[in-house]
Ligand binder design. Structure first.
Ligand code: ATP
Ligand code: MG
Length: 215
């Protein structure tokens, strides 16, 4: 099975995440597992418990058979590093193909991730566009540019497949999705300023946020 691993803070989950996962599940993957972070090292979090972010995910995905949410980062506790999650998931799914899903913005920071170079020996990647980045052939060159230096020199570009190939034969795909210019930051700001968030995230998640006075 091809399984997508979609990590993030999901504070809150929104249609940008959900639509990306839906299109990948339609066209490429058999299943997408959303994994909310416990504590994110590179983010100032406005104090929303991981359990509440998980609950919002569960509400958002409950009717989609190809979607799952996992609390492995929450259960592990402490700072959440994608590398640790990937090692753990490879043990849980030893005979499946795992693909780590990341928006370009997250992927562009990959050099600074824990074991940023080694990570590409362990798992395939699917990078999806976010607003501001056009989908064209130059993007594979751009994706190469974000890689750690020692990997950059040994990477192969396969334009016909929209992917990079690492020396260990792992793939880094760049896949087009419908670009939705939605971010959790903008949604939190809207809540703070009493501006409507209708059609940016599922209504049931909006209700959960209002009932629990999250933002
Ligand atoms: P914040 O504004 O708090 O950073 P966010 O909207 O960027 O929130 P994250 O939880 O940080 O959401 O993102 C998790 C993953 O989803 C990242 O890989 C990010 O690039 C991707 N992502 C977030 N929003 C979108 C979107 N609108 N379209 C495609 N990918 C997205
Ligand atoms: Mg983000």
């Amino acid at each position: 099975m091809k399984i997508g691993i979609f990590g993030g803070t999901f504070n809150p989950v929104h249609f940008g995440h959900l639509r990306a996962a839906e299109e990948l599940a339609q066209n490429f993957l058999d299943k997408v597992i959303f994994i909310p972070t416990n504590i994110t090292s590179n983010k100032k979090m406005p104090g929303i418990d991981p359990e509440k972010r998980m609950e919002m995910l569960n509400i958002a995905i409950k009717n989609n058979k190809k979607f799952e949410a996992s609390d492995i980062e929450i259960k592990r506790g402490g700072l959440s590093y994608s590398y640790d999650t990937i090692i753990q998931l490879k043990k849980i799914y030893p005979s499946d193909e795992l693909y780590f899903i990341a928006g370009v913005d997250a992927y562009s920071d990959v050099k600074n991730w824990k074991n940023g170079a080694e990570i590409f020996d362990k798992i395939n990647f699917i990078v999806v566009n976010r607003s501001g980045m056009k989908s064209d052939s130059k993007n594979l060159v751009k994706l190469t540019g974000f890689l750690p230096d020692n990997l950059k020199e040994r990477i192969k570009l396969e334009y016909s497949q929209n992917r990079l190939v690492t020396p260990k034969n792992k793939y880094i795909y760049f896949l087009k999705i419908t670009r939705l210019d939605i971010s959790s930051t903008a949604i939190r700001n809207n809540f703070k300023n009493n501006i409507s968030n209708l059609f940016l995230l599922p209504n049931e998640v909006i209700n959960y946020i209002i009932n629990n006075k999250l933002y």
